[in-house]
Design a protein around this ligand. Structure first.
Ligand code: 5AD
Ligand code: SF4
Length: 462
């Protein structure tokens, strides 16, 4: 990191010598981990002396932080890259960088090398911390640079960060994934699990609470395996309990949990810890045991249902969400309907649903996949129909009640000008004073739909 600071300093001197402040555009695709990574990239760019723009024609540096989880995400990036040829043609000194999960794949790097010649720098998530050095090389040697080697085991502490909200913050607690679910590209692009040092995490969270952040989400591909690679024996539940000791008025959330590693100890700790929001994202992916095994998930429907029952027993108000894949190779209609029946049984507050997308290089991409796309779409629509009804029913149950919310932003909607979240993370559109932004408030829920609640702030009696 010391070395990186030297490169940052050199780039800053370069920027200072210009007659105007250079502008950077950072475009982010994909998950919260990418959002958090982009905030680090922006932190580094700011230290290099850059301002920010959302206009590619005005940008001196463009950074596209990509996602590889499904083919669609990749297609959108290629579309954007295609459109950027115009910006670069009009502004030849512009530097275009491609980073994130898509960039880590050799096939993508090769395609960019040959067909997207206006891209100057390509680097994967594991090289993020070396961005200043890579950018410096591009500028000084005036050449294209591809940095996508596996860098097992590296964790950089002390990267600068630009946080886009003053209320919510993301804190990565671990990187990478060891699970190799058979459909998933993540372990190939983000490398093996590496846990951050607990003391560094505690310092970061303490600093955020002191700065006034009220909603802090711990991030990792599988937070439940936090600490397995560290000496000292602290597991994820212990980390949560240690964070909970930090005084202040704030919520701690976390994502994502893998059911195979979610323990009673974790649920007991969540239940007991005052700052830990009673919200759990527990991706089930499928409700059928044969498909779960083919996915290499290493739990059964029964075991999953047992976990949900226990979590709800110790946290009766738990808000529960999940990820589901429909149309895994070889999945039959009956198997897909097992997933629908699981959803009926669990009654999730909300779901993130996906149709299976083959990812080259993963074991599932080599399996026969006889079901037609149109057929999978029907199963998918059935799942959505069931979940939308359940979400609407659960939301209807809030109407007339008073809930504690954290008001996080203006909504831009004249009827409901404020946006807030319940402890469980449900979205509540509100009427109330602008000054409420950044504070906790009591709100009366007046209306609801499938996706959100609507209400009014109850003025506090002073
Ligand atoms: N196709 C469809 N969905 C996928 N996911 C991961 N890989 C794929 C794929 N190849 C989904 C999983 C995961 C979420 C982040 O994305 O449900 O939990
Ligand atoms: Fe992908 Fe499975 Fe790892 Fe999640 S746990 S990132 S789905 S391999």
């Amino acid at each position: 990191m010391e070395r990186q600071r030297e490169f940052t300093e050199k780039l800053r001197r370069r920027a200072d010598a210009l007659d105007r402040r250079p502008l950077a555009m950072v475009d982010t695709f994909g998950c919260q981990q990418n959002v958090a990574d982009s905030q680090r990239i922006m932190g580094m760019l700011e230290e290099m002396g850059c301002g920010f723009t959302e206009d590619p024609m005005a940008a001196d540096i463009i950074v596209i932080n990509t996602c590889a989880i499904r083919e669609n995400a990749e297609k959108r990036v290629y579309g954007l890259l295609g459109r950027l040829t115009h910006a670069k043609a009009a502004k030849p000194e512009q530097v275009i960088c491609l980073c994130g999960c898509m960039a880590q794949q050799r096939t993508v790097a090769d395609k960019v090398r040959s067909s997207y010649r206006h891209v100057d720098l390509v680097f994967g998530p594991q090289a993020l911390w070396r961005f200043p050095e890579l950018l410096h090389t591009v500028y000084t040697q005036r050449r294209r640079l591809f940095s996508i080697d596996d860098e097992h085991g590296s964790i950089a502490e002390g990267m600068p960060v630009v946080r886009e909200s003053r209320v919510k913050a993301w804190v990565s607690i671990m990187y990478g994934c060891n699970n190799f679910c058979s459909y998933c590209i993540v372990p190939y692009v983000r490398g093996r699990e590496r846990s951050r040092d607990a003391a560094a995490i505690l310092d970061e969270v303490r600093g955020l609470v002191e700065e006034g952040y009220k909603d802090i989400t711990l991030l990792g591909q599988n937070v439940n395996s936090y600490g397995k690679d560290l000496e000292g024996g602290m597991d994820f539940a212990d980390l949560l309990a240690a964070i909970d000791e930090i005084p202040g008025d704030y919520y701690i959330r976390f994502m994502t949990s893998h059911p195979k590693d979610a323990t009673k100890k974790l649920f007991d700790t969540m239940a007991r810890c005052h700052h830990v929001a009673k919200q759990l994202h527990l991706p089930v992916q499928s409700g059928n045991d044969r498909v779960l095994e083919a996915m290499n998930r290493r739990y059964t429907r029964e075991k999953y249902l047992g976990q949900v029952a226990y979590a709800r027993q110790v946290m009766p108000d738990l808000v529960l969400t999940s990820d589901i894949i429909i149309g895994f190779p070889g999945e039959t209609e009956a198997e897909a309907m097992d997933t629908v029946s699981l959803v009926e049984q669990v009654r999730y507050d909300a779901l993130f649903t996906f149709i299976y997308s083959p990812r080259p290089g993963t074991p599932a991409a080599k399996l026969p996949d006889p079901a037609a796309r149109a057929e999978k779409q029907l199963w998918f629509d059935k799942l959505l129909e069931v979940q939308n009804r359940i979400s609407a029913e659960i939301h209807q149950g809030y109407v007339g009640k008073t809930v504690r919310v954290l008001v996080d932003a203006e909504s831009g909607d004249a009827r409901w000008p404020l946006q807030s979240r319940t402890e469980g993370g449900r979205l509540v559109h509100l009427t109330g004073p602008r000054e409420a932004i950044g504070t906790f408030a009591e709100a009366k829920v007046l209306d609801s739909n499938t996706w959100a609640l609507f209400g009014e702030i109850i003025p506090s009696k002073k």
